[in-house]
Design a protein around this ligand. Structure first.
Ligand code: SF4
Length: 388
């Protein structure tokens, strides 16, 4: 099926002239992109439709809030287009375009004109990976690697498969949600992926479904095609205000994903990224939503962790009581931090570790909190804790 890309709000019949006029300045700051497949999934009669909220700009994105690189990815970039934060995993940012642009994206800086995070030439990153034998996993990301042609993707996979210590290549993609025809209309894609899986490089597709309505019959078929090719499938997404911040919606997503063989892997606390204020949910509320969603699903549907991709590591949030928030380093840049528990005073307005008062835990966490400089007009909000 022919799927058309839409890069101007003026091409959207679902918006009134007045809406287009108001939203143009937002799209001028944070790029807008949609496609005709996903456009049809939106209920244009509902201004609060979750899929509309996912891709259509909101005026309050222009509120001063957050950082463009909230997880300090630049400091883990040894060569252009390659990030290396955790010992065994490296990232190759191979593309700066996606099937559509999520308004809450934490990498929206890539879609701005002057970024040098992505490298369309993967060879410098490849050389870095070749020289680091501890790297067993490579994540292709961007942008969305499945926007690349199959030929280009094949060339990158071929180079990675030739590195003996690389055993897993992950493809981080939202194409099954944004445009499943990318998979359904290209028989060559599952064929090359099957060849890599058969010859010893396991391919994982890290899907990105945010809402159960994205699991259309086409999306489910695309997942089936990739699974048949021998690809392992998981899903990851953040909790997004107005999209999946209802435990029933998140539970339905977890449940359906477990049924189609792409179970939830991580649920992320939204990063405090510039432009993302309208989409963010505070940590305590996010933990409650995650816990209540898990309560409604089977064991296989609730294996995900609720985590913050902080600059010091991936910090799992595993408990909240009347006084404290309990966290643990699930991945850590500094090896000694791995497994360490972080306890912080409960703050129902805090969105990020840096805004919390850490009362016990490794120095990295305490320092992050101590170094905190308020972003935007919200500053460092403190409200009395309410019963959980
Ligand atoms: S698919 Fe991923 S990288 Fe692309 S806009 Fe959405 S969140 Fe950002």
């Amino acid at each position: 099926m022919r799927v058309r890309y839409i890069t101007h709000l003026s091409k959207l019949d679902g918006l009134t002239l007045e809406e287009r006029r108001r939203l143009e300045p937002v799209a001028a700051r944070y790029a807008f992109r949609l496609n005709s497949y996903y456009e049809r999934l939106i209920d244009w009669d509902d201004p609060d439709d979750p899929l509309r909220r996912l891709v259509i700009p909101l005026e309050n994105e222009l509120n001063e809030w957050g950082d463009l690189d909230a997880s300090h990815e630049a400091s883990y970039t040894p060569v252009r287009g390659c990030q290396h934060k955790y010992t065994d995993t490296a990232l190759l940012l191979v593309n700066e375009v996606c099937g559509a642009y999520c308004r809450y994206c934490f990498r929206k800086r890539l879609f701005m004109n002057d970024n040098d995070d992505v490298s369309l030439d993967h060879r410098p990153g490849l050389r870095y990976i070749q020289e680091h034998e501890e790297i067993t996993n490579v994540l292709l990301t961007g942008g969305d690697p499945l926007v690349l042609s199959t030929r280009r993707l094949d060339a990158i996979l071929n180079d990675l498969a030739a590195v003996p210590h690389v055993r897993i290549v992950r493809i981080g993609t939202k194409m099954a949600a944004f445009n499943p025809y990318r998979v359904l209309d290209d028989p060559e894609l599952p064929k090359i992926l099957a060849d890599y899986c058969d010859s010893g490089t396991q391919i994982y597709v890290m899907n990105h479904f945010d809402h159960p309505r994205e699991l259309t019959s086409e999306a489910r078929r695309a997942i089936g095609v990739l699974r048949e090719a021998g690809v392992m499938m998981v899903n990851q997404c953040p909790i997004i205000r107005g999209v999946n911040d209802d435990p029933r919606v998140l539970a339905a997503l977890f449940r359906e994903l477990s049924f189609i063989g792409s179970p939830q892997y991580y649920v992320f606390q939204g990063r405090p990224t510039a432009g993302n204020e309208p989409y963010e949910v505070p940590i305590v509320e996010g933990y409650r939503i995650f816990t209540e969603a898990n309560r409604q699903v089977s064991g296989l549907a609730k294996r995900a962790r609720f985590a913050m991709s902080h600059r010091t590591g991936k910090i799992e949030i595993f408990g909240v009581d009347d006084s404290y928030i309990y966290m643990k380093y699930h991945r850590a840049h500094r090896k000694n931090d791995y497994g360490q528990v972080v306890v912080a005073l409960r703050d129902d307005c805090a969105h990020w570790l840096d805004q919390l008062t850490v009362v016990s835990g490794p120095r990295s966490a305490a320092r992050a909190a101590a170094d905190y400089r308020p972003w935007g007009r919200g500053g460092r909000p403190r409200l009395p804790a309410t019963p959980f």
